[in-house]
Design a protein around this ligand. Sequence first.
Ligand SMILES: *Cc1c(COP(=O)(O)O)cnc(C)c1O
Length: 391
Amino acid sequence: MSENPYLWIEKSLSTIHQARWYRYPRTIESVSGAEILIEGRLAINFGSNDYLGLSNSDRLKEAATIAIHKLGVGSTGSRLLTGHRELHRQLELELAALKQTEDALVFSSGYLANLGAIASVVGKRDLILGDEYNHSSLKNGAIFSQATPIDYQHCNLADLSRKLEQNRCHYRRCLIVTDTVFSMDGDLCPLPGILELASAFNCMVLVDEAHATGVFGANGAGAVEHFGLTGSPLIQVGTLSKALGSLGGYVAASKQLIEFLTNRAPTFVYTTGISIADTAAALAAIEIVRQEPERRQQLWQNVRYLQELICQEIPTIELLPSASPIICIPLENPERALAAAQKLRDEGIFAPAIRPPTVPTSRLRVSLMATHEKQHLEALVGALRKITDNK
Ligand SMILES: *Cc1c(COP(=O)(O)O)cnc(C)c1O
């Protein structure tokens, strides 16, 4: 008599429930802007990655529509076979121009760009040193590559240096990997120090600019530009799906590395090319990032206003250290975080509770957009004050 080989699923699900880790997708029933209709209720939206409010921009929608009418919907194949159009190349050249790198390569998502880039540049005989708070795609990229992954303490240069001293000499190549803006904390990696150590220990450096592109730097190129490190020997990965309001990922780097990835990155070679609409929309978004710095300025004005307001109105709240539009309020445990998010929902505010295993400690995560108005931020602080008063 055979047992049911799928029985374990029920047990695993109940463990997830018991730990209060269970999640499900919530339906947004409106355009995703500063205000949304979510599960039948109106809310001010503090959960979006659409930092510049471009995902619903007329220019992106028009660009996507025109391209679809001209070229169809699907790209119909991998980029090296039938999936490549002139639009793809234009997007890559625009990304390289924004980042001021020799070239760029577009992938179907940021996650795939990270997996492909990491697995192409290191292998079995190599070492990866990664920040312990790195995004899932960087951690899984390390596993995919079969290199030896070692985590260093979050943003801790002394720990990185110690681990390089102890380990570097035992491996052929070494890749240091970090988010520039940490997606669940909102702080910045110490990029100048990381580059110095990389140079001292002969390491490559891959930075993930997912939350920085379009947001940081005088031209919106990202944290690399913000730090004055444009032109450094880096592998810059990012996404088209956050501030750029579309979908897809990219690597911006030297011409040689891009040629190499084009031939070797399995998540480029063996997957269907990014869709026509997403490509056209991302192209339009980069143009807006370059032509309309006022959107970025408005975003940063909102960040400053919210921080001031919290500081004045609820001085008892100790925010996690942030240098970005991602602002986190720490809470003791998953139950508290869930209860706080629920209370905010009752006040018409959507700000998700982020819990283990995504992060080591529970928190409310607020992400700001250029399209938030003062009244939205004031409503958030009013609701936060209510829930902290009632603790
Ligand atoms: C969102 C995100 C990604 C993945 O990008 P997608 O285009 O959504 O696949 C990668 N790295 C970081 C840090 C991210 O926040």
